[in-house]
Design a protein around this ligand. Structure first.
Ligand SMILES: [Zn+2]
Ligand SMILES: [Zn+2]
Length: 177
């Protein structure tokens, strides 16, 4: 694939080393340039007081209105608890074959499950989730190859079982070597 730029827009604090590692992984996986931009948004607009969570559809729509020059994909990164009406929670979503996706770190930390925090594992999970959502924006649907990053699964156990890479079928589908 030739020139394409993926923009990762951060909402809230993410450490620089963390973002650098994400950027390198995304760039390697999709053979493209990655730019990272900080942004702000009023998450209060997406808050559902009944569920005490944030509406992912509204967040996705808000990110979709953000134009990052020269970028073909725009992915919003956050660490708030996202939901869509039919699910208890989601860790990310994206437009299939579109421009925009979102991913949240909120449910990916060990401490959510009463386990010892592990930053390396948290980063690994978040990278997998981001690559998964970007895969959707390139038109990839869920894959049944067990370790493919496009395999479905919203739970950390599912995520830990897959690689951070696309399988060769998925790569071929979107024109990667
Ligand atoms: Zn998916
Ligand atoms: Zn696959």
């Amino acid at each position: 694939m030739n020139q394409k730029i993926i923009a990762l827009i951060t909402f809230g604090f993410f450490g620089k080393e963390f973002l650098d590692a994400i950027s390198i992984s995304v760039s390697n996986e999709f053979q493209c340039s990655v730019i990272i931009k900080e942004s702000r948004i009023d998450f209060g607009d997406f808050y559902d007081s009944g569920r005490r969570q944030y509406n992912a559809n509204k967040f996705l729509m808000a990110v979709d209105t953000m134009i990052v020059p020269d970028s073909t994909k725009v992915i919003g990164l956050c660490s708030i608890d996202l939901f869509i009406p039919i699910m208890t929670f989601i860790i990310g979503q994206a437009q299939l074959g579109g421009k925009t996706g979102i991913a949240s770190m909120y449910r990916l930390g060990n401490e959510q499950y009463g386990l010892k925090p592990n930053d390396a594992l948290l980063l690994e999970r978040f990278i997998k989730e981001i690559i998964h959502e970007i895969g959707h924006t390139f038109g990839l649907i869920h894959c049944f190859v067990p370790n493919c990053v496009m395999r479905s699964g919203s739970y950390v156990d599912d995520i830990d079982q897959k690689d951070r890479q696309l399988c060769s079928n998925c790569r071929t589908k979107i024109g990667l070597e």
